[in-house]
Every structure is written in C-alpha cells, then in structure tokens.
Design a protein around this ligand. Structure first.
Ligand code: PMP
Length: 317
C-alpha cells in the first residue's frame, strides 16, 4: 500500500473534534462483533481550479444508509446531511491533495450480547491524504483465492459490513503471502465474484462482462460509473452475467475497479498472461476516462463531483 497521511480531525459524536479525541472503548459492540458498516470515498485535488472534488458522495452515502438498514443501524443523518458534514470536515482539514474518506456507522453500546436490536448506534467520518491503494495499477498479478466470497445468506456482500471484511482480509493476505498482488474470489456457486475490495470486469472479443449484483458482490459506485463510461463514451456493449473462472484465463483483458484500486489492469492470473500480458486498449481507455472524470477534466461528468471549497465572492472595488 502506498503513501498515506494522517487526519487532523474526525466527525465524532455530532461534531468535528481533534482525531485524538475520536476514540471508542474496548467494550464497544462493533469492535467486539463486527456490527458496523462503512464506506470509502476519494477526493481528487485539481490544481488548475484549486479545488478538491469528492467523487459521488451522495451515492456513497446512500449506499452507506442501505448497508446500515441491513444491519438495523440508524445512521442518524440523510445522505444530503452526510455530504454537508463531510464538506465541513474537509474544509476544516484544508486538504490540497488527493484524499481518502472513511465514514462508519456502527453499534456503539458498551455491552456484551450478540444481536442488532436494542443497541445504540453512532456515526463517524475521517479523511486522510492518500495515494495509490495498489502499487501496480498498470498490471496486477492475481491468483484465484481458495476462500469463497461471503454469501448473501450469511453476511450480505451488498452491505459493506465491517465484520465481513475478515473475509476480504483472509483473501488479500493469503494472496500476497503467496506472491500475488491481489486475488479473485469465487462465490458459493463457483462463479467469479470480485477481488478482496474491488469489482472485476472481463473483456472477450470486444464485449465487456461483469458479474451481476446478485452474485455476492458489493454494488460498487465505481463499477456503476465504469459501466456508464464504457457504454456512453466508448460505445461498448457491457453485459452483467455470471463469469466462469476459465473465462478469466482466456480473456483478452481483465481489470478491477473500486474507490481504492481506481481502475487497475490485471495482466496475469497465476501462471497465465491475460491477453498480451500488457494493459489492453479498453482498460487503458476507460482508465484514462475515469481519471479525467474524477479530477474534473470531463465537463459532461461534473455532476458526479462535489466541490469542497466554495469560491470566495469576487471583491468589488
Ligand atoms: N467490492 C468490495 C468488496 C469492496 O470493498 C469495494 C470497495 N468499496 C468495491 C467492491 C468497490 O466499490 P466502490 O466502487 O464503491 O468503491
């Protein structure tokens, strides 16, 4: 994992406080039982406009509220209120660089007892300077994990539940200690679901495939954005359907997408090169588009961005 800084503040118990004051006790329910839900957003610094753009915060917070509903957590704020809380926090930080944002809604009571009802809820968010999540965005080497993705009838993958990331952590660590950069993971019925913390796309003969939302994947915000960019800007056909493991072996291109990995090419799976073994044209095209969009250089997609700094009114003489 690449360069990351430290937050100065967090939004905690209803106000912005120094990070050192945003602490939880060891008895906290979410710490003991994984009863939290979270999000991950990025903000991109645009030097020409001296502006920090947050990518699709409203959509991220709607998903957080959806995840919270699954876990009977009351976030306590609407998506629009959460966007306002976030922009206040980011203005207090005064970031002039790329950042990562971590909101969490969690069961906050300090008590023993595994359940979701009659437990108090809390919300916090913090942000930090952040570079790449994976070093080799231009060419990842992945393996298929021996672990299976959490199932909708065990811990729903469409809810971004903190406890479910024990599954992601097992997947990621076993991949990296075996020499891979990342892993692809199969769901209970043996189809490709996603990577440890990113959605996957496979290109075969100019058509782009990605697993459907009912295949135990997180309903990724970047996944949704990439589907739109592939269809509307690159005029490609995108099909959401189950993907067999062997389709990855014979694919022309494979790439991952997500807030952390952004858009990252997979160029090798186990001992097999994907296509030419280099990033393919479609991956390169959508990756370039993605970076234009998130940094504010694509006028048609400015509505996906929330600027943090309001422009000072021009002083009249
Ligand atoms: N799948 C998993 C398991 C993830 O943790 C993430 C990262 N949030 C993604 C997919 C990508 O989702 P998004 O595009 O919303 O970041």
């Amino acid at each position: 994992m690449a360069d990351q800084g430290k937050p100065k503040y967090a939004f905690f118990k209803g106000s912005i406080v120094p990070l050192a004051e945003a602490t939880i006790g060891v008895m906290t329910h979410a710490f003991n039982y994984g009863t939290g839900v979270f999000g991950g957003l990025r903000g991109y610094w645009n030097d020409d406009e001296a502006q920090l753009f947050v990518f699709r915060p409203h959509d991220h917070f709607e998903r957080l509220i959806q995840s919270a509903r699954l876990m009977r957590i009351d976030v306590g704020y609407s998506a629009s209120e959460l966007v306002d809380i976030l922009t206040d926090l980011l203005r207090a930080e005064g970031f002039r660089e790329n950042i990562y944002i971590r909101p969490l809604a969690y069961k906050s009571s300090e008590m023993i007892g595994v359940r979701l009802h009659d437990v108090e809820d809390a919300f916090t968010v913090f942000a930090l300077p952040f570079g790449r999540y994976v070093d080799k965005e231009e060419g990842l080497h992945v393996g298929f994990s021996a672990w299976r993705r959490v199932d909708d009838n065990a811990i729903p993958a469409r809810g971004k539940v903190t406890g479910a990331y024990a599954n992601s952590a097992l997947i990621k660590t076993d991949a990296q200690l075996a020499g891979y950069d990342e892993a692809l993971v199969l769901n209970q019925d043996g189809h490709v679901s996603e990577a440890s913390a990113a959605n996957v796309f496979v290109v075969r003969k100019g058509v782009v495939y990605t697993p459907p939302v009912e295949s135990n994947v997180l309903e990724g915000i970047v996944r949704r954005s990439v589907i739109d960019l592939l269809r509307d800007e690159l005029d490609l056909t995108v099909v959401e359907r189950n993907i067999d493991r062997t389709e990855v072996y014979i694919a022309d291109e494979v790439f991952l997408c997500g807030t952390g990995v952004q858009v990252a090419a997979i160029t090798k799976v186990e001992h097999r090169d994907i296509g030419s073994g280099q990033m393919g044209e479609i991956t390169r095209g959508v990756r370039n588009l993605f970076f234009d969009v998130v940094s504010g250089r694509a006028p048609d997609y400015r509505h996906w961005l929330t600027p943090v700094y309001t422009k000072e009114p021009v002083q009249s003489r």
